[in-house]
Design a protein around this ligand. Structure first.
Ligand code: DGJ
Length: 717
C-alpha cells in the first residue's frame, strides 16, 4: 500500500498537518483551526501547495522549516540542534547532523518518529501529540549512538506560525509585579526571552505569543508556546525572509551541562503550543488540559489563611490561636503557618536548612497549634523552603560542599541564602528525611514550598559541572516522593511570590502563589496573565489587609475580595485587627466564594476586550452554561463619564439570561447620580449581552461591582 505523504492529526478543535516528504524529517504545514475530514489527495495537495520555490541567491533546494530544522538540509535560521563531540577524535566534530527519518508511527492525534544520522551517530526520537483540548505537545529525545562523548548545547522544539502572525506579545515583571504584558511587531530577526535564574523567575513569560495585529482576549488569531520546565529555558520567535515564522522553546543548557556518554540520552521538557481566536480560547485549552489530569486538585478548594502578612516572623501561640479562631469563624478551611517556626529562624538571616521546630518559639512543638487548628475543623499547612540554606545554619556549617557553586567559592548571596545541590544524593536524602519526619509527626496536609532566590553559578561539587538541569529534576523527585509517602499532601509552588509558575512544577504541585503582592490593583494584571496558562483554582489569591503592605495603597474589602474571587481564595490579614463589621463582611465574601468555587474551578474563565483600558471585566461561565459570575473593576478614572458599556463574553448567544448586580456583599451601583437602568436586574440574550452590552455602573477608581448572570431560558427563534 502506498504511504500517505501528508498526515492529519486532530484533537480538541485543532488540526496539525504534517508533510512527510520534506528533506530529513517532516514539516508541520498547518497548526491551528480544525480543517475537518480531508481526503488523502486533498491533504497532499494542501502540502504541495505550500512548497517553496528555488530562488536566486539561495540554495538549490530551499530549506524547509521542518520539525527539526537542520543546516544539512539547507535550513539557515536557528537550527534545532547544536552540539558536538568532546572526545574520540577531533573535539568539535559532528557539529552538523543530518538526521533523517527512519521510522514513523502515527495515530489520529499523535506521531512518533525516529531520525538517525549514521555519520554523526546520533538518533533523535520525536513525539508530537494533539491533546483532547487541542494543545500540541512536542518532546524530543537525543541519543548518542557513537562511542565518544557528545555535548548537547541546545535542542529546541519548533512550531510554525501562520502568515497572519505579525505581532508578538509576552509578559515581563519583577518581584511584586509579575506578568505584565508587552507587545511589539514581529519584524525580521529573532526575539528571545531567556530565563537564566535556575527558576523561571519573576520576569519570565509563561507564554510567547504571536498573532494578528491587535489580537485580544476575544478576537484575533493567536498562537503561543510554553515550556513545561522550572529551570533555565528560552522561548523565541523568528521571522526570516525565506521561510514561515516560527515559535521555538528549549531548555537553556550551560556549557558542559549535558554531555552524553555513549548510549546515553537527553530528553527535552515538553513544549506546549496553543492557539485561539483570542486569548480566552488559547488559555482555555491549557485550563481544560490541566483539569483532565487525574491528580488535578478537587474543585472545592479550601479557603486558606496564610500567616505571613498577619504576623511575619512574630510567631506566638496565643496570637496564632486567636487568629485560627477568627479564621474558622469567617469560614477559612485551611490554616498555613508561614516562615519562622524552625531552628534559629527569627528573621531571614539564619536557620534555612535546619528543619526542626524551634524550641525557643514552640517549646511544646507545633502540636498545640496543629491540634487547635485541626480541632476547629481546618486543615493545617506549613511553610518550607527545602532547596535553600542560610550560611548561618547547622546544615551549611556541616556540609559547605552541599551548596551549589562553580569555582570553589559560594556564589553571590541573595536574601542571605545559598542553594542546596539536591542532585547530590546525600543532600537529597538529608532533606527528604527532615521533611518526611515533620509530615510524619504532625497532621500537615499542605506544604507552602518556597524558593526565594535566583540561582547563579549553579554547579555541583560532585560533578564539577553545572547542575541546574539535575536540580530541577531532583526537586520534582523530592516533591513526588513526599507525596507518595504522605497521600493527600498538597504542595504550593511559591518562589518569592510567582517566580516558579510553569507546567513542569504544576505536575508535582497543587497551586502556585502568583505574587507576593496582595494589592488587588496589582493583582488584577498578575492574575489575568498568570491565567493565560493556569486555571483560577491553581492560582493562590488572598484578601490582604486594608492597607497593602507591598504598595501602601488602601483598598475597600469589596475591591480586595472581589479581585481574589477568581483564584484559590485565601486571607492574609491579621484578623485580630479587623472590626466586627469587617469580619462580618469577610464572612459574606468567603461564603460567596464557596457558593461559586465549583464553577470557578470547572467553568470557563473569560476576559472582555473593552474600549477603555481602565475598565476590567472578567468572569467565569459555569460548565453547563447555566450561570456566570462577573467582576467589573474600575482600575483608574474612566475615560468616559458616564462610563462606557460592558460587553459580556463567553455566554451562550442563543440563551436568555437575567443579569443583576450583586448587592451584598458587593456594592455595585457605584456613584452615578441617577439609578443604573439594570440596578434591579435585566433579561437579555447572550448575543445581545455580547454585541450590545450593558451600561457600566459609574464607579470610583479602584472599586468594583460583582455581577451575576443566570440563564432563564432559550431565546425565541
Ligand atoms: C516569600 C513568599 O512568597 C512569602 O509569601 C513568604 O512565604 C516569605 N517568602 C517567607 O519568607
Amino acid at each position: 500500500m502506498a504511504q500517505q505523504n501528508t498526515l492529519h492529526l486532530r484533537g480538541g478543535g485543532t488540526s496539525v498537518l504534517v508533510d512527510r516528504t520534506t528533506p530529513g524529517v517532516p514539516a508541520i504545514v498547518h497548526w491551528g483551526p480544525d480543517l475537518g475530514d480531508l481526503a488523502d489527495d486533498v491533504l497532499d495537495d494542501i502540502a504541495r501547495g505550500v512548497r517553496p520555490q528555488r530562488v536566486s541567491g539561495g540554495l538549490d533546494e530551499t530549506g524547509r522549516l521542518t520539525l527539526l530544522p537542520q543546516e544539512a538540509f539547507g535550513w539557515q535560521g536557528t537550527p534545532a540542534l547544536l552540539g558536538s563531540r568532546l572526545s574520540g577524535g577531533t573535539a568539535g566534530s559532528d557539529f552538523s547532523s543530518a538526521l533523517v527519518m527512519t521510522a514513523l508511527e502515527a495515530t489520529a492525534s499523535a506521531l512518533r518518529l525516529t531520525a538517525q544520522d549514521p555519520a554523526t551517530r546520533l538518533r533523535l526520537d520525536l513525539e508530537v501529540d494533539v491533546t483532547p483540548t487541542g494543545l500540541v505537545a512536542v518532546r524530543a529525545t537525543l541519543t548518542n549512538e557513537g562511542d565518544a562523548d557528545y555535548e548537547v548545547q541546545d535542542l529546541g522544539l519548533t512550531l510554525p506560525l501562520p502568515a497572519s502572525a505579525r505581532e508578538v506579545a509576552d509578559t515581563t515583571g519583577r518581584h511584586l509585579r509579575e506578568r505584565h504584558p508587552q507587545r511589539h511587531p514581529l519584524s525580521v530577526g529573532r526575539y528571545v526571552r531567556e530565563s537564566r535564574r535556575g527558576r523561571p523567575g519573576s520576569d519570565a513569560t509563561l507564554l510567547l505569543l504571536a498573532g494578528e495585529p491587535g489580537f485580544g482576549f476575544e478576537r484575533g488569531l493567536v498562537h503561543g508556546v510554553h515550556l513545561a520546565w522550572s529551570g533555565n529555558h528560552s522561548l523565541s520567535v523568528e521571522r526570516s525572509q525565506n521561510a514561515p515564522s516560527a515559535l521555538r522553546a528549549a531548555e537553556l543548557l550551560a556549557p558542559g551541562e549535558v554531555v552524553l556518554r555513549p548510549g546515553a540520552s537527553y530528553s527535552t521538557p515538553v513544549a506546549f503550543g496553543s492557539w485561539g481566536r483570542g486569548l480566552n480560547e488559547l488559555s482555555s485549552r491549557f485550563h481544560e488540559h490541566l483539569r483532565r489530569r487525574p491528580q488535578h486538585p478537587s474543585a472545592d478548594r479550601p479557603v486558606t489563611l496564610n500567616t505571613w502578612e498577619a504576623v511575619y516572623f512574630e510567631q506566638d501561640l496565643a496570637h496564632l490561636t486567636r487568629l485560627a479562631d477568627l479564621a474558622a469563624r469567617v469560614g477559612v478551611e485551611r490554616f498555613v503557618l508561614d516562615d519562622g517556626w524552625f531552628s534559629s529562624r527569627r528573621d531571614d538571616t539564619a536557620g534555612l536548612g535546619d528543619w526542626t521546630v524551634s524550641p525557643e518559639v514552640w517549646p511544646d512543638g507545633l502540636a498545640p497549634l496543629v491540634d487547635h487548628v485541626t480541632g476547629l475543623g481546618m486543615q493545617f499547612g506549613l511553610w518550607v523552603e527545602p532547596e535553600m540554606v542560610n550560611p548561618d545554619s547547622d546544615l551549611a556549617r556541616a556540609h559547605p560542599d552541599w551548596i551549589l557553586q562553580a569555582r570553589g567559592v559560594w556564589p553571590a548571596s541573595a536574601r542571605q541564602q545559598q542553594v542546596l545541590d539536591l542532585s547530590n544524593e546525600e543532600a537529597f536524602d538529608h532533606i527528604l528525611r527532615a521533611l518526611d519526619a515533620l509530615l510524619g509527626e504532625y497532621a500537615i496536609s499542605y506544604l507552602k514550598w518556597d524558593h526565594n532566590r535566583d540561582l547563579v553559578e549553579g554547579g555541583s561539587t560532585v560533578t564539577g559541572r553545572s547542575a541546574v538541569h539535575e536540580n530541577t529534576l531532583a526537586v520534582y523527585r523530592l516533591m513526588d516522593e513526599l507525596k507518595r509517602r504522605h497521600p493527600g499532601l498538597e504542595i504550593e509552588s511559591c518562589a518569592s511570590g510567582g517566580s516558579r509558575v510553569d507546567l513542569g512544577v504544576i505536575e508535582h504541585t497543587d497551586r502556585v502563589w502568583a505574587s507576593d503582592t496582595n494589592d488587588p490593583l496589582e493583582r488584577l494584571t498578575i492574575q489575568k496573565y498568570t491565567g493565560l496558562l493556569l486555571p483560577p483554582e491553581l492560582i493562590g489569591a488572598h484578601i490582604g489587609a486594608p492597607h497593602a503592605h507591598t504598595t501602601g495603597r488602601h483598598h475597600t474589602l469589596p475591591f480586595r475580595a472581589g479581585v481574589a474571587l477568581f483564584g484559590h481564595l485565601g486571607v492574609e490579614w491579621d484578623l485580630a485587627s479587623a472590626s466586627a463589621d469587617e469580619l462580618g463582611d469577610l464572612t459574606a465574601w468567603i461564603s460567596l466564594y464557596r457558593e461559586w468555587r465549583d464553577d470557578i474551578a470547572t467553568g470557563a474563565l473569560v476576559h472582555a476586550d473593552l474600549a477603555d483600558d481602565t475598565m476590567d471585566l472578567r468572569g467565569v461561565v459555569a460548565r453547563d452554561g447555566s450561570r456566570a459570575l462577573f467582576v467589573y473593576a474600575q482600575t483608574a478614572s474612566a475615560q468616559s463619564h458616564p462610563t462606557g458599556r460592558l460587553t459580556f463574553p463567553g455566554l451562550d448567544a442563543a440563551a436568555t439570561y437575567r443579569v443583576e448586580p450583586l448587592a451584598h456583599p458587593a456594592s455595585a451601583t457605584g456613584v452615578g447620580q441617577s439609578p443604573l437602568g439594570w440596578r434591579d436586574g435585566v433579561v437579555s440574550t447572550g448575543a445581545a449581552l455580547h454585541e450590545i452590552g450593558l451600561q457600566a455602573p459609574v464607579l470610583l477608581p479602584e472599586t468594583l461591582a460583582v455581577i451575576t448572570v443566570t440563564r432563564v431560558g432559550e431565546a425565541t427563534p
